[in-house]
Ligand binder design. Structure first.
Ligand code: ADP
Ligand code: ZN
Ligand code: ZN
Length: 729
């Protein structure tokens, strides 16, 4: 037999399938998706089986033989998906496979086996027939008789060895599944509540899509081939409107029909409640996959899914590759979050991969958000939840004009925070900038402290006593004087979360009214989770943080929300800037005032800006309609596809020349090509970018791919790296 394989090498130049002889003694157990070791270009590499055939087009004597078969196996549908991702995102199948393989598989991680003691028949009898036993032996045998099997390490090896030599117990290796901790949250009930009428109405079309898909599957035998808009839904509902409950009931229906469920969430660490609710409702069939877990646990959860022991997978972006057969439902919660895009090759977007996977499996695809993307609004059937479940109104949003003011907080904001303290309430303050101040300059000669590797200013982190680059991580000690002119007056400009926390801590905090901070500097997921718990537990206080604080947390009793610099997201030269600004203000408002009256203050230099004005009016439809019109007029997604090509090199000219050469080669019909345009230097690399804007997605991707293939690695551009990003974020 012949195994046609995809070798797992990172090289872009290696494409397509390679044939190997699969000898009879290795044949057993090899299927599409099996992991092999094969000789390749003078080495032995791992490879994934894509096809098994009887004959090869190549003569037998030119074929090498498979070296070994490894235990891991990827489901066949994922092998196809990897090839699709390679095409869709201008990557290679090997790179796509690398993000889907079972955790640890390439280095041979398998299930953990532990020595386990089991009581024998003679052992059971010994407990009752008067056989002489020491107290220790009696305890062990009794425990074993009660529970069947126990890991030897828990029982004491000396005793066990003696019992074994008398034939009273047997010792064997048994698989011990490493399971992540459950997220038991006592306040979460396992029972499904009575749905509100809006939730009910949203579920109706989802349920009939399940029924339609079941019929199609029965008639056609094969799942739908193209993504079907009829089974793609967008659940657009304000925060607290009960979206998660709709996901839960849709998931219950899929499970009831014997089908699997994937739930994608932006970041598990920030949204443990969502996971806990799935675990509480469905119990042991829920598996979790995320990078915060040890590889062993991920591996074992992966296997539970692959074997069908778990039928619901909850996880971030990469959980879209959960090894499941017959998926009936895929949910993408908070679908507007940019974390669904993978920012390394393959630059896949889990939201689009979800579409592909749903089509392959004949599954319902359900996106959900309070601030959906114009793309999803355009492409899906929209289901609305207008009201919060608790019936409370959304908080009043006030816009505060910051023009001409120098203090980072508007006088009204300071008053509102003081009121909050007096009333013993809670506030969240969002400032999307870490550190103390965002740049330093010399007051005498004007020198600005820049990163030596990137064209950006260094940010002062006072607690760490350093200035740091937020792009490459470069750090220096805080300067005492200017290296250019010797002056000791170094001025600090701008305000970050560290300084804001300090201001509030000195001006506002009391023992009853503490200030917390949450941003990427608060080290580690665990520390962040603890900060959130502490803020949750106090009766009054302030949580200061970056956008992280507006993502998915469910605080029952935050009365005041403040956005310190609402224009921050608008200053990016990006067609999504307005969407991001609208989402930030709306999401913050959604976290505010769930339990009672809420008030949101939005500080801005552009009080008339459309996203800020409409977010203050809670006018999501107005914003989305305007945004879709604008995107149509300017030919931006969803009315066009963008492909971004970035060339980077150590020398200044290389990147630009390479981009220019690509520009000449890329010539798809009906596309506009912008650039080459220089980008700021990053990590010591000069960069130049092209943007292809087209209505003919497939043709444009193919044109970019062939241009890149023609140029990458050729002599003049050997030192230039080229990255292609389809649908850049
Ligand atoms: P969203 O996901 O839209 O933010 P959730 O699903 O988290 O909203 O619902 C908000 C709160 O309302 C949760 O505490 C949830 O348990 C509760 N809830 C949701 N639906 C119902 C319902 N039909 N009856 C009672 N409580 C509900
Ligand atoms: Zn100076
Ligand atoms: Zn840098």
């Amino acid at each position: 037999m012949i195994a046609r394989v995809l070798p797992l090498t990172q090289t872009r130049a290696i494409k397509g399938l390679f044939d190997y002889i699969l000898p009879a003694e290795l044949l057993d157990g090899v299927e599409i998706g099996s992991l092999l070791r094969v000789p390749f270009a003078g080495r032995v590499v791992q490879a994934v089986v894509a096809e098994i055939t009887i004959t090869s087009e190549l003569p037998q004597e030119r074929l090498a033989t498979v070296t070994a078969v490894l235990p891991a196996r990827l489901p066949a549908d994922l092998v196809n998906l990897a090839q699709w991702i390679a095409d869709e995102y201008c990557s290679t199948a090997a790179r796509a496979l690398a993000v889907m393989l079972p955790p640890g598989a390439t280095r041979g991680l398998t299930e953990k086996q532990v020595l386990t003691a089991v009581v024998t028949e003679a052992g059971r009898e010994a407990l009752t027939d008067g056989t002489r036993l020491t107290e220790g032996q009696k305890t062990v045998l009794t425990a074993l008789a009660a529970s069947g099997a126990i890991p030897a390490a828990q029982l004491g090896t000396a005793t066990l060895r003696r019992l074994k030599s008398r034939g009273l117990v047997s010792l064997d290796l048994a698989v011990s599944s490493r399971r992540p901790d459950r997220h038991a949250v006592s306040s979460i009930s396992a029972a499904a509540p009575q749905l509100t009428s809006e939730q009910q109405a949203a579920l109706v079309p989802i349920m009939s899509a399940f029924a339609d898909l079941a019929n199609t599957l029965m008639i056609g035998g094969d799942a739908a081939i193209a993504p079907s808009p009829a089974s793609t839904f967008l659940l657009h509902g304000v925060t607290g409107s009960g979206k998660t409950e709709v996901y839960l009931q849709a998931a219950a229906a899929a499970l009831e029909a014997g089908r699997g469920v994937i739930i994608l969430v932006p970041e598990i660490g920030l949204t443990p409640q969502a996971l806990a609710r799935f675990e509480a409702r469905f119990g042991d069939v829920v598996a979790v996959l995320h990078s915060g877990m040890s590889e062993g646990k991920r591996h074992d959860e992966w296997l539970r899914l692959a074997r069908g022991e778990a039928r619901v997978c909850v996880g971030p972006r990469s959980a879209i590759f959960a090894p499941m057969d017959d998926i009936g439902l895929i949910v993408v919660d908070e679908e507007h979050e940019s974390s669904y895009k993978h920012e390394a090759d393959p630059r896949y977007d889990a939201r689009n991969v979800a579409e592909r996977r749903a089509a392959d499996h004949g599954a319902v695809l359900l996106y959900g958000s309070a601030t959906p993307r114009p793309e999803s609004v355009h492409a899906s059937k929209r289901l609305r939840l207008h009201e919060r479940v608790d019936g409370r109104a959304l908080p009043a949003v006030e816009i505060l004009d910051m023009r001409g003011l120098h203090h980072p907080l508007h006088p009204q904001t300071r008053l509102a925070l003081a009121d909050c303290r007096r009333e013993g309430g809670k506030a969240i303050v969002l400032l999307n900038r870490r550190g103390w101040s965002n740049f330093l300059s010399c007051a005498s000669c004007g020198r600005v402290w820049m990163c030596p590797n990137c064209e950006v200013t260094l940010v002062l982190h006072r607690s760490g006593g350093l200035v740091a680059c937020h792009h490459c991580g470069h750090r220096e000690a805080v300067p005492r004087n200017c290296p250019d002119c010797g002056s000791v007056s170094v001025s600090r400009h701008g305000v970050g979360t560290e300084r804001l926390e300090h201001e509030l801590a000195t001006g506002l905090a009391t023992p009853e009214f503490p200030i917390f901070r949450l941003d990427a500097d608060s080290s580690g997921q665990d520390a962040r989770a603890r900060t959130l718990e502490r803020f949750h537990a106090v009766t009054g206080g302030v949580l200061v943080g970056t956008q992280m604080i507006a993502k998915g947390h469910d605080f029952a009793d935050v009365g005041l929300g403040v956005v310190v610099d609402a224009d921050q997201t608008m200053r990016f030269p990006d067609f999504r800037a307005e969407e991001r600004t609208f989402a930030m203000v709306t999401q913050l408002a959604g976290r505010t005032g769930r339990g009672g009256h809420g008030r949101v203050l939005v500080q801005t230099m552009e009080p008339k800006a459309r996203p800020i004005r409409l977010a203050a009016l809670h006018d999501a439809d107005g914003f989305l309609n305007g945004e879709l019109q604008r995107r149509r007029a300017l030919a931006y997604p969803p009315f066009a596809t963008l492909v971004r090509v970035v060339c980077s090199s150590e020398d200044d000219d290389g990147a630009y020349e390479c981009a220019t050469a690509l520009r000449r080669l890329i010539d798809p019909p009906g596309a506009r090509i912008l650039g080459p345009a220089p980008l700021f230097m990053l990590r010591g690399k000069h960069r130049s970018q092209l943007v292809v804007k087209t209505a003919e997605r497939t043709a444009a991707i193919a044109a970019v791919r062939s241009a890149v293939d023609a140029i990458a690695g050729t002599k003049p551009y050997r030192d230039v790296s080229i990255s292609v990003d389809v649908d850049p974020q």
